[in-house]
Design a protein around this ligand. Structure first.
Ligand SMILES: Cc1cc2nc3c(=O)[nH]c(=O)nc-3n(C[C@H](O)[C@H](O)[C@H](O)COP(=O)(O)OP(=O)(O)OC[C@H]3O[C@@H](n4cnc5c(N)ncnc54)[C@H](O)[C@@H]3O)c2cc1C
Length: 412
């Protein structure tokens, strides 16, 4: 039975919740973090790319013991036709020498480690605890939460909603709308286990170096689809993501798209002979800057994916979530230190600080551009480039006019 009163309750122990709870606990606030999963990370099955700078702001010496997979020294972009591949490689040679900037991680062990840092900083972390309701007083101020663990309210000055993209608490309480189908992508992913040496040989990697491949083109069947491949130490994560509205429009299924991707001649040799350890599906917020809901109110703030911060193209959700969690926590600490109540006007400091952060300022500028014509970005340009290279590299006796046709489709 918890009858204490807390400075802050954090709902959720993902990237955003852990960043918020850690920051507040380090500042000496009395923090309770509640997570419905068996342990922090148990609900997060994906592997992803971690931006080291964001984590270093929270845990400067994280490289000592964080469960990192490979440090990403190369980014590849593949533009896939039905049976061809146009590739672009970018190598971060500098990162091979200095401290690495990006790592592949597997979220379950990573979140567990992150949560251990939250506990060390002094927060109380309770897993297997589902927050069922935000408790509000008669004036609509959030005063705490109810959980499935105990009868009665657990009180706090402020509740930090870090419940992820599909979080129901905030929507049920009327603090924000449910994300619309064109604001969320469904990703499906498989983890293919292979011996370390096989991964390194197939992807041309040495030691702990890693690569990330993003693929677009005909795999999409005209939808806004991105395929991805992340090299981990002893596995390759492979998946696709597509806006939910596109599935509704076309009737395609995520499984079919993933299957198509896996049968592409560029992918088959990478995963040949692998053991599939897990298959997972998860939503990713993709609404972008213009769909960010109200971020604060009387006694509450919302952080991470629940605040819809990501766009269609980039895959920075976890990193942006950490930033929003940290900044919300800093704002709460400042409000508390000057003796203010957690009113909506005092918590507006969070939004002010977030807007001033470099990442958010940059996003505002580029997002409208990326959202105008995702089809061009993801499909048409790949076909044009593939056609141009084919014309350049294929020598045959066909007349010029015929040679400019797109290559015939193959039923792979
Ligand atoms: C396949 C895939 C690949 C991705 N790749 C990348 C990448 O490469 N780089 C990147 O930066 N981002 C990536 N992302 C996005 C990233 O995973 C998310 O943006 C990030 O996890 C959001 O963090 P969060 O803390 O807001 O939410 P989450 O990590 O989803 O955490 C929310 C937590 O809240 C808990 N919770 C929810 N409701 C309740 C409740 N009522 N009571 C108690 N607990 C509750 C959940 O169990 C969960 O643990 C990827 C996502 C997917 C699906």
């Amino acid at each position: 039975m918890i009858d204490d009163r807390f400075d802050a309750i954090v709902v959720g122990a993902g990237m955003a919740g852990n960043a918020a709870a850690l920051t507040m606990a380090k500042r000496g606030l009395k923090v309770l973090q509640l997570e419905r999963g068996e342990y922090s990370g148990s609900k997060n099955v994906q592997s992803e790319i971690l931006n080291a700078d964001m984590l270093a702001e929270l845990i400067p010496d994280f490289r000592k013991d964080a469960p990192l997979e490979r440090h990403v020294t190369e980014q590849r972009f593949w533009m896939l036709d039905d049976c061809s591949r146009m590739g672009l490689r970018y190598r971060f040679d500098d990162f091979s020498y200095g401290p690495s900037n990006r790592y592949t991680i597997i979220r379950a062990p990573f979140d567990k480690w992150f949560s251990s840092k939250v506990r060390e900083a002094g927060a109380t972390v309770l897993c297997q605890t589902n927050v069922t309701e935000l408790s509000q007083n008669r004036r609509g101020r959030v005063i705490g939460v109810r959980t499935d663990r105990q009868v009665g309210i657990i009180y706090a000055d402020v509740v930090v909603l870090a419940e992820g993209v599909n979080g129901l608490l905030g929507t049920r309480a009327g603090l924000r709308e449910r994300p619309k189908p064109d604001q969320v992508a469904l990703t499906v992913k498989e983890m293919h286990c292979l011996p370390r040496e096989a991964i390194e040989a197939r992807l041309n990697l040495k030691g702990d170096k890693g690569v990330v491949i993003e693929a677009v083109g005909n795999i999409s069947r005209g939808m806004t689809v991105v395929g991805f491949i992340y090299a981990n130490r002893e596995s390759i994560s492979l998946g696709i993501g597509c806006l939910v509205s596109e599935f509704q429009r076309t009737g395609e299924t995520a499984y079919e798209l993933l299957d198509r991707f896996k049968r592409h001649p560029s992918i088959v040799p990478l995963i040949d002979g692998s053991n599939i350890r897990e298959y997972s599906a998860h939503l990713i917020s993709k609404g972008g800057y213009n769909t960010i809901p109200r971020l604060y109110g009387k006694g509450w703030v919302v952080v991470g994916d629940a605040a819809q911060p990501n766009d269609t193209i980039d895959h920075q959700g976890g990193n942006v979530s950490m930033i929003s969690g940290r900044i919300a926590a800093e704002a709460i600490f400042r409000v508390k230190s000057r003796g203010d109540l957690m009113r909506w006007d005092s918590l507006s400091l969070y939004k002010k600080m977030l807007d001033g952060s470099f990442k958010h300022a940059k996003r505002r500028d580029v997002l409208s551009l990326l959202h105008t014509q995702p089809q061009n970005f993801l499909l048409t340009r790949q076909q044009l480039v593939s056609k141009a290279i084919q014309n350049f590299s294929r020598v045959n006796s066909a007349p010029e006019a015929e040679r400019s046709d797109l290559p015939a489709r193959r039923p792979w």
